[in-house]
Unconditional design. Structure first.
Lengths: 220, 482
C-alpha cells in the first residue's frame, strides 16, 4: 500500500467518523444509536490499523485491536444488555429542533477546523489533516450530551466523545503510549459499568430514565 | 520501595474491604489501612527530606518537594477522615440510611479513592495522572449516591457527567502536550514523563502548548470546582456521606489543582509569557467572587461549606496564577490549611447534622448546649476558615493579599470584598447554630471529635509558627513552581 493510498483511506474513514457523529446527533432511536456507535468504533479501529500498516508503528496494531474489542464488541454488547433489561430497546426520543441542532453542529465543526489548522500544519504524521475532524467529533458528541434528555443517549454521547479523543491521538501523534491507552480504556470500561449500575438506581427511584426528573437541585 | 508501599497499601485495602467491608470490624480495618498508608507516606517523606527528589520503577513514579508534601497531607487527611468515618458510618447504619452491602461498597471505594489520589500525585506520567483522576471520579460517584435518595442520585449523576466531560477535555490537552513533547523527546513512553518534560520545557512548541493549557485548565478546573465549571461540587458535597464531602474538599480538589499547577510550569517555560498565569488568575478571581455571593443564599450547611471550598480553591488558583515564590509559597500553605480546616469543619458538621437529624441550617440550633465539643469544633473551624488570626488561613490569605497588592493591585478590591461578604454570610449563619436554644437527642455511638481538634490545632500551629523544615520544604516546592 502506498502512503498516498493509505492517506486517502484514512481521510475517507475520518470523513465517515464525522458523518457518524452528525448522524448520532439527529438519531432518535436508542437502538440505532448503539449501532452507529459500533460503526464509529469500527471506523476508528480500521483507520488506526491502516495508519499502523502504512507507518510500521507496531504498537498501533494493539491500539486498533483494543479499539475494536472494546468499542465494537464489548461496549455495544453491554449497552444492548442494558437497554434490554431496562426495557428501553424500542425507545424513541422526541428531539426538538433537529435542524437547529445540526446548524449548531456545523458551526462547531468549522470552529474545530479553525482551531486545529495551525496545529495540524505542524504535525508530520500522514494523518495530520484529520486532527480537525477529531476535534469536531469531540465537540459534536459534547453537543449531543447537552441536547439529549434521556440517560442512555447521554452516555452514548460520552462514549463517542472518547472515540473522537482516540482519533485525535492517532491523527496528531500516532497514538499515545500504550500504558496510557490501556489506562484510558480501563476507565471507559469501568465508567460504562458504573453508568449501567446507575441506570438501575435512577429507574428504581424515578420510574424513568429521563434527565428532567433530576433537575431539582439548584440555587433558589 | 516506599513509593510502592504508599499506593500499594490502599490498593490492597480496597481489595480486602471489597470482601470484608460489611463486617462489624470493617471500619477499624479501613482506619488501619489508612493509618498504614499514612505511615508509608511519612517514611517516604523522611526519605525525600534526607535524599532529595527521586524516581522509581523505571521512572514511572517520582517524588519531588512539591508532590511529597501533598502526599503527606493526603495520607494524613485520609487517615483522620477514616477515624471520623468509623463512628459516623455506624450511626448512619443505626439510623437505617445504609445497610451492610452499601457499607462494603463504601469502605472498599474509600480505599480505592485514596489509591487514585496518591497515584495522581506520585505518577510521573501525565497520561497516568489523567487516568487516576478519572478513576477518582469513578470511585466516588457511587459513594455520592450511597443513600439512594432522589437528591443524591441527581447529585451523583451531575458529578459523573460533568466531571467525565470535563476531564475528557483534559485528555485532549494531554494529547496536545504529547504531540508537542514528541517533537522534542521522540515518540514513546518517556515523552509524557513530567521529569523529562520539565527539562525540555523551553523547547516545546508555544502555540500547541497554549492551546493544550486551555484544555487542561478547563478539564482539571472542572475537578477543582472553578466557576463556571463548579456546578457539580455543591450537590456532590451536600448529598453524599459527610466523610466523602471531607475527602472531596480536602483531597480531590487539591490534587486536581496540583495537576493544573504542574501543567502551568511547563506552559510557562514554553511560552515565556503570563498567558497561563493570567488565565488562572481570571478563573480564580471569578470563583472567589461568585462563590462568596452564593454563600449567603444557602440553606443546607454542607452546601454552604461546599461553596466556601470553591471560594478557597479560587484563592489558591489566583495565588498560583500570580506566580513568584511568595505567592506560590502562600498557595501551598493555603492548600494545607484549607484542606485541614475544611475537613475538620465537615467532621463537626457531620456529627451536628446527625444529632439534629437535618442539614437545614435554620433547624440546627444551640450545638454548644447539646454537645459542647461539636459546637466548639464548628465554631473554631468556622473562625479558622474565615481567616481569623491566629489560624493558618489568616497567614496564607495575608501573604496572598499583600502579594496581590504589590503585583496586581487591580485584583485586591475584588478579593477583599469577596472575603468580607463570605465572612458576613458564614458568620451570620453559624453563630445561631452554635449558640442558641435546642432540642435534640443523644447519638447511639460517641462521635469522633479528636480529628476535628487535631486538625484545628495544626492549623493554629501553622498560623503561629511554621516549623523550619516545613517552611524549607514549601520554599523548595515554591521555587519549583513559582
Amino acid at each position: 500500500m502506498t502512503t498516498s493510498l493509505s492517506q486517502q483511506l484514512v481521510n475517507l474513514l475520518a470523513a465517515a467518523l464525522l458523518l457518524i457523529a452528525f448522524a448520532m446527533l439527529s438519531q432518535r432511536r436508542v437502538l440505532s444509536l448503539i449501532r452507529l456507535f459500533a460503526w464509529q468504533g469500527m471506523a476508528l479501529g480500521a483507520s488506526t490499523a491502516i495508519v499502523a500498516y502504512s507507518t510500521a508503528q507496531h504498537h498501533l496494531y494493539y491500539s486498533a485491536a483494543l479499539t475494536v474489542a472494546l468499542k465494537v464488541v464489548l461496549l455495544p454488547w453491554i449497552l444492548h444488555r442494558l437497554i434490554d433489561k431496562l426495557y428501553v430497546r424500542w425507545d424513541v426520543e422526541t428531539l426538538i429542533n433537529i435542524p437547529t441542532t445540526m446548524l449548531v453542529g456545523i458551526g462547531l465543526a468549522i470552529f474545530a477546523f479553525a482551531l486545529a489548522t495551525p496545529i495540524s500544519e505542524m504535525a508530520s504524521t500522514v494523518t495530520h489533516s484529520t486532527l480537525g475532524i477529531a476535534l469536531a467529533s469531540v465537540l459534536l458528541s459534547f453537543l449531543m450530551m447537552i441536547v439529549r434528555r434521556k440517560a442512555v443517549p447521554q452516555v452514548i454521547g460520552f462514549l463517542s466523545m472518547e472515540n473522537g479523543l482516540f482519533f485525535a491521538a492517532t491523527s496528531a501523534t500516532y497514538g499515545m503510549p500504550l500504558v496510557v491507552e490501556l489506562g484510558v480504556a480501563l476507565d471507559v470500561l469501568v465508567g460504562t459499568f458504573i453508568f449501567g449500575i446507575f441506570f438501575f438506581h435512577i429507574r428504581e427511584q424515578f420510574d424513568s430514565l429521563e434527565i428532567r426528573h433530576m433537575e431539582k437541585l439548584k440555587e433558589d | 520501595m516506599e513509593i510502592a508501599l504508599v499506593f500499594g497499601i490502599p490498593l490492597l485495602g480496597g481489595l480486602v474491604l471489597a470482601l470484608v467491608g460489611h463486617k462489624r470490624w470493617a471500619p477499624e480495618v479501613n482506619a488501619l489501612m489508612s493509618f498504614a498508608t499514612f505511615c508509608a507516606a511519612a517514611l517516604l517523606t523522611a526519605k525525600v527530606v534526607a535524599d532529595g527528589p527521586m524516581t522509581a520503577l523505571d521512572e514511572q513514579f517520582f517524588v519531588d518537594p512539591f508532590n511529597v508534601f501533598l502526599v503527606a497531607l493526603t495520607a494524613f487527611v485520609g487517615f483522620t477522615t477514616a477515624l471520623f468515618s468509623r463512628p459516623y458510618m455506624r450511626i448512619e447504619e443505626h439510623h437505617g440510611r445504609v445497610n451492610a452491602a452499601r457499607l462494603r461498597l463504601y469502605h472498599s471505594m474509600y480505599q480505592l479513592f485514596s489509591f487514585t489520589m496518591v497515584l495522581c500525585l506520585l505518577s510521573n506520567n501525565v497520561g497516568i495522572l489523567w487516568v487516576a483522576l478519572e478513576g477518582a471520579t469513578l470511585s466516588t460517584v457511587l459513594l455520592v449516591s450511597l443513600y439512594r435518595t432522589p437528591a443524591s442520585l441527581e447529585a451523583a449523576w451531575k458529578y459523573f457527567i460533568l466531571c467525565s466531560v470535563g476531564i475528557a477535555q483534559a485528555l485532549f490537552g494531554v494529547i496536545l502536550l504529547y504531540f508537542a513533547a514528541e517533537k522534542v523527546l521522540g515518540p514513546g513512553g518517556t515523552s509524557l514523563l513530567w521529569t523529562h518534560l520539565y527539562d525540555v520545557r523551553h523547547q516545546l512548541e508555544p502555540t500547541v502548548l497554549s492551546l493544550a493549557f486551555v484544555f487542561l485548565l478547563v478539564g482539571y478546573g472542572t475537578k477543582v470546582g472553578l466557576v463556571p465549571l463548579h456546578n457539580w461540587l455543591p450537590d456532590a458535597h451536600a448529598e453524599g456521606p459527610t466523610p466523602i464531602s471531607a475527602v472531596l474538599s480536602g483531597l480531590l480538589l487539591n490534587v486536581a489543582l496540583y495537576a493544573v499547577v504542574r501543567s502551568k510550569v511547563l506552559v510557562d517555560g514554553a511560552l515565556g509569557t503570563g498567558f497561563s498565569g493570567n488565565l488562572m488568575m481570571g478563573f480564580g478571581l471569578l470563583s472567589v467572587v461568585v462563590a462568596a455571593f452564593f454563600l449567603s443564599r444557602q440553606k443546607d450547611i454542607k452546601r454552604m461549606f461546599a461553596y466556601s471550598s470553591i471560594e478557597h480553591m479560587g484563592i489558591m488558583t489566583f495565588a498560583f496564577g500570580m506566580g513568584g515564590q511568595v505567592a506560590a509559597f502562600a498557595g501551598l500553605l493555603h492548600m494545607t490549611v484549607h484542606s485541614l480546616t475544611k475537613s475538620a469543619i465537615f467532621f463537626a458538621v457531620g456529627h451536628a447534622a446527625q444529632k439534629v437529624g437535618t442539614q437545614v441550617m435554620d433547624d440546627i440550633r444551640g450545638l454548644v448546649e447539646i454537645s459542647p465539643r461539636v459546637g466548639w469544633g464548628l465554631a473554631l473551624g468556622t473562625f479558622a476558615i474565615l481567616g481569623m488570626p491566629p489560624f493558618g488561613v489568616f497567614a496564607s490569605e495575608f501573604m496572598i493579599l499583600t502579594t496581590a497588592m504589590h503585583e496586581h493591585s487591580w485584583a485586591t478590591p475584588f478579593l477583599l470584598a469577596a472575603l468580607g461578604v463570605a465572612f458576613a454570610a458564614i458568620f451570620r449563619k453559624v453563630q445561631p447554630m452554635v449558640f442558641g436554644e435546642t432540642t435534640a437527642a443523644r447519638l447511639p455511638h460517641p462521635p469522633a471529635l479528636a480529628p476535628v481538634f487535631v486538625h484545628l490545632a495544626l492549623v493554629l500551629m501553622l498560623g503561629l509558627y511554621i516549623p523550619p523544615y516545613l517552611a524549607g520544604w514549601y520554599r523548595q516546592a515554591a521555587a519549583l513552581i513559582g
